[in-house]
Structures are given as C-alpha cells and as structure tokens.
Ligand binder design. Structure first.
Ligand SMILES: Nc1ncnc2c1ncn2[C@@H]1O[C@H](COP(=O)(O)OP(=O)(O)OP(=O)(O)O)[C@@H](O)[C@H]1O
Ligand SMILES: [Mg+2]
Length: 307
C-alpha cells in the first residue's frame, strides 16, 4: 500500500480508472489507424498530433524495438551525437503509433514548475495551469524531453515517480496526484560525451530508462537520407558523406565533434540551390565546426578531393 500524502485528500485512481476505460477503445482505434485518428483523442492534444508522415529511414531495428518498448510503456532514452536523427525518429514513432508528441527543450534555467505546472494570476484570481509533463501524463501523450542533461538534477527528479512502476505525477502545489494515462510515455535524448561531472544524469534517473543507441548511419543509408532531405543527386550526396566520414575520423585529433548528418544536409541544400559545392561545404561544413586554421585547411582539402 502506498503512503502518498495526496491519497488522503484526493482519489485520482478512481478518476484515472474511469477515464482509462472510456479512452481505451479510442486508443486502440488510434493505434490501428495511425494516420487518421485526429477525432479520437482529446481536443487538448490535437495540436500535438504529428500531421503527415515524417520522413524517417530506419538504420537498424530501432523502429521495432521502440514499438516493443512503447507496448509496455517503458521510458526510453535516445542516445547519440548531435544531428544524427533522434528528434526525427521520435516524431516518426509518434506518428506511426498515432500518439500526440509533446516536446520540451530542456535548459539549465528550467524549474520543476516549468514541467509540472503552476498557479497563474488572472482577472478571476488564481488558476492552475498544467505544464507540458502534466498535460502529457494526464491526457496520454508521448513526452519528449530533449537534451534532458541540461536540466538541473533537482528538476530531473520530478520524472522519477512517472518512470517507475507507480506512473504518477504529484502536483505538490495543487495537492493533486496525476495517475498517468495508459497512453503516456516519456522519452529523453542524451548526447553521450557531452557530460561533465557537474552535468550528467543521476544513476537513479538513468536506470529508469531503456536506451536506444543512435549514430551516423552507414555510408549508403546516410547518402540516401542526405539526397532525400536536401534534393541533391545520390552521387553528390555520397561525396558529401565521404567528406563527413573523413571529418569524423578527426574527432579527438583536433575536432571535438564529428560532422553531423544535419550539416551534410545543409551543405546539400545549398548545392541544390545552385551554390558551388566548394563554397557550400565551406559554409555548411568546415567553418561552423572549427576555428583552427590548420584544421580548416585539412577539411578544405578533404572537400576538394570529392568536388
Ligand atoms: N534516419 C534518418 N531518417 C531520416 N532523416 C534523418 C535520419 N537521420 C538524420 N536525419 C536527418 O538529419 C536531421 C537531423 O536529425 P535530428 O534533428 O533528428 O538530430 P538529433 O539527433 O535530434 O540532433 P540533436 O541532438 O542536435 O537534437 C533531420 O532533420 C533529418 O533531416
Ligand atoms: Mg534533436
């Protein structure tokens, strides 16, 4: 038996059970008709439905693994370097599962109230406003906390009761305990390697999540993505990917971070607009990633090898 102070004044379990029963049928229908479920979810979530299929090229078995994790509502951590497809993946999965997606860009100034909600003053006095985490938990959305490591640890712990067997969110200021909707799931993104001792997730946070590893896709797959997203030919895309791979080999030897798929798409987009490949690569690949003159020369010469 739980010993929640909130249970003495409020019985959310009864409400949650009733709500779950009425929404179960709608959720089942939504899951089987991912593209046309707009009418089946509460109005409050309509704005968060992913409209139209996002382009996502699977690179391994991440789609199946995520579906299995969602089916048991396992909290999921997407791990990987910047610009390798984590956000696109979660958008695609939300669309595929027919679930609304509420994304929160985390930062170090974020407080627990920014996530769970706060009382606001208006003409009629005060009224409670759910934060994004509370909206997702109450109504049944996928809540994506992007760059969660940026948030302070005392903020991150508010997700703890939602990410273990309890699946509840206490709204302490309001004296309410939200029982998470059956459709609710939490997803966080995490860039391994960017952490310092001061900024990392606690073990007690990490160990509440299953993790999917992301990385830059292998050559042909990445070229396919770059061609699709930027509009260049596959041949040009392959050259861009070659340059990306050369630069990634320099990580730890003068470069802090590899060239991301996102940067290759930027370069491709400029080329598709008629910019000369050398200039496009300078602007979109080389100049943003390093200020070191020797490193710039090395990267520029990699570019001239392929264009
Ligand atoms: N597997 C993929 N399928 C389709 N597009 C992809 C894929 N991987 C990367 N992309 C493309 O790369 C771009 C960058 O990916 P995304 O924004 O998802 O990166 P991210 O991993 O979330 O980066 P960050 O950690 O900086 O937020 C996307 O806009 C998309 O165009
Ligand atoms: Mg992202």
């Amino acid at each position: 038996m739980r010993n929640d102070p909130f249970m003495r004044t409020y019985s959310p379990r009864q409400e949650a059970l009733a709500r779950a029963a009425s929404q179960q049928a709608a959720s089942a229908a939504a899951a089987s008709r991912p593209a046309a479920n707009t009418g089946a979810v509460a109005d409050v979530l309509a704005a968060y439905l992913v409209k139209g299929e996002p382009y996502y090229r699977p690179v391994a078995d991440e789609v199946e693994l995520y579906e299995a994790a969602y089916s048991v509502r396992m909290p999921i951590m997407l791990k990987g370097p910047t610009g390798c497809g984590k956000t696109r993946f979660v958008e695609y999965m939300a669309w595929k599962l027919g679930k609304p997606l509420i994304t929160v860009a985390c930062n170090e100034d974020m407080t627990a109230s920014d996530l769970v909600g706060r009382f606001l003053l208006d003409a009629n006095g005060t009224r409670w406003q759910d934060g994004p985490l509370a909206v997702a938990a109450r109504h049944g959305a996928i809540c994506y906390l992007d760059e969660v490591v940026e948030a302070r640890q005392d903020t991150t712990v508010v997700i703890h009761p939602l990410t273990d067997a309890r699946r509840v969110l206490p709204l302490e200021k309001k004296g309410e305990l939200i029982e998470a909707h059956p459709d609710f799931q939490i997803v966080i993104s995490y860039n391994p390697g960017y952490q310092s001792l001061m900024k990392d997730l606690k073990q007690s946070t990490k160990q509440r999540f299953g993790a999917l590893d992301f990385n830059y896709p292998e050559h042909d797959v990445e070229a396919e993505i770059v061609a699709h997203e930027s509009g260049v030919t596959l041949e040009v895309a392959k050259n861009l990917v070659h340059i990306g791979e050369r630069a990634r080999n320099l990580k730890g030897h003068g470069l802090d971070e590899g060239l991301s798929t996102r940067m290759l798409i930027y370069a491709g987009s400029l080329i598709a607009k008629g910019v000369a490949p050398l200039a496009a690569c300078r602007v979109a690949l080389v100049r943003p990633i390093t200020d070191d003159p020797d490193m710039r020369d090395a990267l520029d010469s990699a570019v001239t090898t392929y264009f």
